[in-house]
Write a protein that binds this ligand. Sequence first.
Ligand SMILES: CC(C)(COP(=O)(O)OP(=O)(O)OC[C@H]1O[C@@H](n2cnc3c(N)ncnc32)[C@H](O)[C@@H]1OP(=O)(O)O)[C@@H](O)C(=O)NCCC(=O)NCCS
Length: 158
Amino acid sequence: MALTLHGPAAGAPDIAEPILRALPAWFGNEAALHKYLAGLPEHPTFTAYRDAQPAGFLCLTDHGLGSFELHLVAVRPELHGHGIGSALLSAAESWLRRRGVRLLHVKTLGPSSPDRPYAKPRRFYTQQGFKPLSEFPQLWGPDTPCLVILKHLWPTRL
Ligand SMILES: CC(C)(COP(=O)(O)OP(=O)(O)OC[C@H]1O[C@@H](n2cnc3c(N)ncnc32)[C@H](O)[C@@H]1OP(=O)(O)O)[C@@H](O)C(=O)NCCC(=O)NCCS
């Protein structure tokens, strides 16, 4: 099974929609999905293909402050747990380090929400070295506490 990574490019319009639609537990809100898809071309995006089939993608946001945000990461559900999310993140981090970027953060649904599917990405980010910064109960609205987690991208030795 061959995994190939590409990017970054502006968005991933051809593969993003079917992948997000295959993940209704996370991206089932139609209005939010449309917003994600419409905004994708603004984001540097890495794509992963397994045996030449679209497997996942990861988008970044440049806040123009020397730090970036991991805007969105999604892997086809039948391929979860095969290292594709980690490979996408690793490619993105290498690209950021080469640019001298040292801080990467993610906003995700916080642990005070009862929404169980979001425990999975929180565990994924923790395993990848992200640390919780703070939970903002009102940023996204009262029922969607926003957890901000942060990773310092230490320079790798060559
Ligand atoms: C979060 C997400 C992107 C992670 O992608 P993934 O490809 O499943 O991630 P990985 O396979 O690299 O790592 C996931 C797990 O597999 C394990 N793993 C990594 N490489 C592996 C391999 N080669 N073989 C077996 N397991 C492996 C990891 O240790 C990790 O273990 P954990 O679940 O106990 O934390 C994916 O689950 C997803 O798309 N979720 C839905 C969308 C979502 O939640 N997006 C984020 C919203 S904030």
